[in-house]
Design a binder for this molecule. Structure first.
Ligand code: DX5
Ligand code: ZN
Length: 214
Protein backbone atom coordinates (compact mmCIF):
# COMPACT_ATOMS: atom_id res chain seq x y z
CA UNK A 1 0.00 0.00 0.00
CA UNK A 2 0.95 3.62 -0.43
CA UNK A 3 1.29 5.69 2.72
CA UNK A 4 0.36 9.35 3.09
CA UNK A 5 1.44 10.67 6.49
CA UNK A 6 -0.81 13.44 7.79
CA UNK A 7 1.05 16.33 9.39
CA UNK A 8 -1.99 17.38 11.45
CA UNK A 9 -0.39 16.15 14.67
CA UNK A 10 3.14 17.30 13.77
CA UNK A 11 5.17 19.60 15.99
CA UNK A 12 4.55 22.78 14.01
CA UNK A 13 7.36 24.59 15.80
CA UNK A 14 9.74 22.13 14.14
CA UNK A 15 7.81 21.34 11.00
CA UNK A 16 10.83 21.18 8.71
CA UNK A 17 12.45 18.58 10.94
CA UNK A 18 9.22 16.58 11.06
CA UNK A 19 8.91 16.68 7.26
CA UNK A 20 12.51 15.61 6.73
CA UNK A 21 11.89 12.57 8.90
CA UNK A 22 9.01 11.34 6.70
CA UNK A 23 9.62 12.69 3.20
CA UNK A 24 12.02 10.03 1.93
CA UNK A 25 9.76 7.06 2.77
CA UNK A 26 6.34 8.65 2.23
CA UNK A 27 4.39 8.18 -0.97
CA UNK A 28 2.40 11.38 -0.49
CA UNK A 29 2.21 14.13 2.14
CA UNK A 30 -1.37 14.44 3.42
CA UNK A 31 -2.55 17.96 4.28
CA UNK A 32 -5.73 18.31 6.37
CA UNK A 33 -7.42 21.62 5.64
CA UNK A 34 -10.33 22.51 7.96
CA UNK A 35 -12.53 25.57 8.05
CA UNK A 36 -14.33 25.23 11.40
CA UNK A 37 -17.67 25.08 9.57
CA UNK A 38 -17.83 21.72 7.80
CA UNK A 39 -15.91 20.20 10.72
CA UNK A 40 -15.61 21.42 14.32
CA UNK A 41 -11.95 22.40 14.05
CA UNK A 42 -9.59 24.72 12.19
CA UNK A 43 -6.19 23.43 11.11
CA UNK A 44 -3.87 25.37 8.83
CA UNK A 45 -3.95 27.17 5.53
CA UNK A 46 -1.91 28.47 2.63
CA UNK A 47 1.17 29.86 4.41
CA UNK A 48 1.78 26.42 5.91
CA UNK A 49 1.10 24.60 2.63
CA UNK A 50 3.53 26.94 0.88
CA UNK A 51 6.21 26.15 3.44
CA UNK A 52 5.55 22.40 3.24
CA UNK A 53 5.85 22.54 -0.56
CA UNK A 54 9.37 23.90 -0.18
CA UNK A 55 10.43 21.20 2.26
CA UNK A 56 9.11 18.01 0.66
CA UNK A 57 9.84 16.10 -2.54
CA UNK A 58 6.71 13.93 -2.49
CA UNK A 59 3.34 14.90 -4.00
CA UNK A 60 1.04 16.79 -1.67
CA UNK A 61 -2.41 15.29 -1.08
CA UNK A 62 -4.81 17.98 0.18
CA UNK A 63 -7.89 16.78 2.09
CA UNK A 64 -10.35 19.66 2.12
CA UNK A 65 -12.75 19.61 5.07
CA UNK A 66 -14.33 22.90 4.09
CA UNK A 67 -17.54 24.24 2.62
CA UNK A 68 -17.30 25.46 -1.00
CA UNK A 69 -14.11 23.46 -1.63
CA UNK A 70 -13.83 24.52 -5.29
CA UNK A 71 -13.07 28.06 -4.18
CA UNK A 72 -9.56 26.92 -3.32
CA UNK A 73 -8.63 24.59 -6.18
CA UNK A 74 -6.73 27.15 -8.21
CA UNK A 75 -4.62 28.29 -5.30
CA UNK A 76 -3.86 24.70 -4.28
CA UNK A 77 -2.85 23.73 -7.80
CA UNK A 78 -0.59 26.77 -8.01
CA UNK A 79 1.15 25.64 -4.82
CA UNK A 80 1.89 22.27 -6.39
CA UNK A 81 -0.85 20.14 -4.82
CA UNK A 82 -1.25 17.04 -7.00
CA UNK A 83 -4.13 15.25 -5.27
CA UNK A 84 -7.14 17.01 -3.83
CA UNK A 85 -10.16 15.56 -2.10
CA UNK A 86 -13.29 17.29 -0.87
CA UNK A 87 -16.28 16.04 1.08
CA UNK A 88 -19.46 14.90 -0.61
CA UNK A 89 -21.25 16.43 2.38
CA UNK A 90 -19.84 19.82 1.30
CA UNK A 91 -20.14 19.60 -2.46
CA UNK A 92 -23.58 17.98 -2.87
CA UNK A 93 -24.98 18.52 -6.38
CA UNK A 94 -21.79 20.25 -7.46
CA UNK A 95 -19.70 17.11 -6.91
CA UNK A 96 -19.27 16.06 -10.55
CA UNK A 97 -18.59 19.64 -11.58
CA UNK A 98 -16.01 20.04 -8.80
CA UNK A 99 -14.20 16.88 -9.84
CA UNK A 100 -13.87 18.26 -13.34
CA UNK A 101 -12.73 21.65 -12.08
CA UNK A 102 -9.92 20.10 -10.07
CA UNK A 103 -8.94 17.78 -12.92
CA UNK A 104 -8.78 20.66 -15.41
CA UNK A 105 -6.20 22.26 -13.13
CA UNK A 106 -4.07 19.14 -13.45
CA UNK A 107 -4.86 17.60 -10.06
CA UNK A 108 -6.13 14.11 -9.29
CA UNK A 109 -9.59 14.63 -7.78
CA UNK A 110 -11.14 12.59 -4.99
CA UNK A 111 -14.38 12.52 -3.01
CA UNK A 112 -14.23 12.06 0.75
CA UNK A 113 -17.05 10.78 2.96
CA UNK A 114 -17.50 10.66 6.71
CA UNK A 115 -18.37 7.33 8.40
CA UNK A 116 -22.11 8.15 8.49
CA UNK A 117 -22.46 8.67 4.73
CA UNK A 118 -23.57 5.47 2.91
CA UNK A 119 -20.72 4.29 0.71
CA UNK A 120 -23.23 3.64 -2.10
CA UNK A 121 -23.52 7.42 -2.52
CA UNK A 122 -20.11 7.32 -4.15
CA UNK A 123 -21.07 4.83 -6.85
CA UNK A 124 -22.45 7.40 -9.30
CA UNK A 125 -19.03 9.09 -9.36
CA UNK A 126 -17.17 5.96 -10.42
CA UNK A 127 -15.63 6.84 -13.78
CA UNK A 128 -15.42 10.50 -12.74
CA UNK A 129 -13.32 10.56 -9.55
CA UNK A 130 -9.64 9.59 -9.60
CA UNK A 131 -9.88 8.37 -6.02
CA UNK A 132 -12.23 7.99 -3.09
CA UNK A 133 -11.34 8.86 0.50
CA UNK A 134 -13.14 6.75 3.08
CA UNK A 135 -12.96 8.35 6.51
CA UNK A 136 -12.47 5.77 9.25
CA UNK A 137 -13.05 8.41 11.95
CA UNK A 138 -15.22 11.53 11.85
CA UNK A 139 -13.24 14.27 10.14
CA UNK A 140 -11.93 17.01 12.37
CA UNK A 141 -9.23 15.68 14.64
CA UNK A 142 -6.16 13.49 14.58
CA UNK A 143 -5.58 10.71 17.08
CA UNK A 144 -9.10 9.21 17.10
CA UNK A 145 -9.93 5.52 17.30
CA UNK A 146 -10.34 3.59 14.04
CA UNK A 147 -13.97 2.67 13.32
CA UNK A 148 -13.91 -1.02 12.38
CA UNK A 149 -17.05 -0.90 10.22
CA UNK A 150 -14.88 1.08 7.79
CA UNK A 151 -13.35 -2.19 6.59
CA UNK A 152 -16.75 -3.28 5.22
CA UNK A 153 -17.20 0.07 3.52
CA UNK A 154 -13.82 -0.20 1.83
CA UNK A 155 -14.60 -3.77 0.75
CA UNK A 156 -17.97 -2.76 -0.72
CA UNK A 157 -16.48 0.11 -2.68
CA UNK A 158 -13.60 -2.04 -3.90
CA UNK A 159 -16.05 -4.67 -5.19
CA UNK A 160 -18.02 -2.00 -7.03
CA UNK A 161 -14.84 -0.56 -8.59
CA UNK A 162 -13.78 -4.02 -9.75
CA UNK A 163 -17.25 -4.74 -11.10
CA UNK A 164 -17.13 -1.55 -13.16
CA UNK A 165 -13.49 -2.04 -14.18
CA UNK A 166 -12.53 1.29 -12.60
CA UNK A 167 -8.89 2.09 -11.82
CA UNK A 168 -9.90 4.63 -9.15
CA UNK A 169 -7.94 4.35 -5.92
CA UNK A 170 -9.29 4.00 -2.40
CA UNK A 171 -7.66 6.09 0.32
CA UNK A 172 -8.51 5.44 3.97
CA UNK A 173 -8.05 8.13 6.61
CA UNK A 174 -8.35 8.14 10.39
CA UNK A 175 -6.98 5.98 13.18
CA UNK A 176 -4.83 3.97 10.76
CA UNK A 177 -1.80 2.20 12.22
CA UNK A 178 0.03 -1.08 12.27
CA UNK A 179 -2.86 -2.82 14.04
CA UNK A 180 -5.30 -2.33 11.14
CA UNK A 181 -3.13 -1.75 8.03
CA UNK A 182 -3.10 -5.38 6.86
CA UNK A 183 -6.88 -5.62 7.23
CA UNK A 184 -7.25 -2.42 5.22
CA UNK A 185 -5.05 -3.78 2.45
CA UNK A 186 -7.10 -6.98 2.35
CA UNK A 187 -10.31 -4.95 2.19
CA UNK A 188 -8.99 -3.04 -0.83
CA UNK A 189 -7.27 0.12 0.39
CA UNK A 190 -4.63 1.51 -1.99
CA UNK A 191 -3.48 4.46 0.11
CA UNK A 192 -3.58 4.82 3.88
CA UNK A 193 -3.32 8.13 5.69
CA UNK A 194 -1.56 7.91 9.04
CA UNK A 195 -1.10 10.88 11.32
CA UNK A 196 -0.40 10.05 14.94
CA UNK A 197 0.79 6.50 14.14
CA UNK A 198 3.65 7.95 12.08
CA UNK A 199 4.39 11.34 13.65
CA UNK A 200 4.02 9.95 17.16
CA UNK A 201 6.33 7.00 16.50
CA UNK A 202 9.92 6.82 17.76
CA UNK A 203 10.98 6.03 14.21
CA UNK A 204 8.50 7.62 11.77
CA UNK A 205 10.37 6.38 8.67
CA UNK A 206 10.37 2.76 9.86
CA UNK A 207 6.67 3.03 10.68
CA UNK A 208 5.91 4.26 7.17
CA UNK A 209 7.82 1.30 5.70
CA UNK A 210 5.99 -1.13 7.97
CA UNK A 211 2.65 0.29 6.85
CA UNK A 212 3.69 -0.01 3.20
CA UNK A 213 4.58 -3.64 3.72
CA UNK A 214 1.58 -4.53 5.90
C1 DX5 B 1 -8.95 13.85 10.42
C2 DX5 B 1 -7.93 13.92 9.32
C3 DX5 B 1 -6.95 12.81 9.34
C4 DX5 B 1 -6.13 12.76 10.58
C5 DX5 B 1 -5.47 11.42 10.67
O1 DX5 B 1 -9.92 14.81 10.18
O2 DX5 B 1 -8.57 13.88 8.07
O3 DX5 B 1 -6.12 12.91 8.18
O4 DX5 B 1 -5.15 13.74 10.63
O5 DX5 B 1 -4.82 11.36 11.89
P1 DX5 B 1 -4.73 10.00 12.70
O6 DX5 B 1 -3.96 9.06 11.84
O7 DX5 B 1 -4.01 10.40 13.93
O8 DX5 B 1 -6.12 9.52 12.94
ZN1 ZN C 1 -7.21 13.69 6.24
Amino acid sequence: MKVAPSILTADFLHLEKELKAIDKDSDYIHLDIMDGTLVPNISFGFPVIEAVAKAVSKPMDAHLMVVNPDKWFEKLASLGVQMVSFHLEASGRKTAENLQKAQKLGMKAGIAINPDVPVEKLYRYIGKADFFLIMSVFAGFGGQKFIYESLDRVGKLKAELLKKGSPALIEVDGGVGLSNAAALREAGADIVVAGSAVLGADDPAATIRALQEA
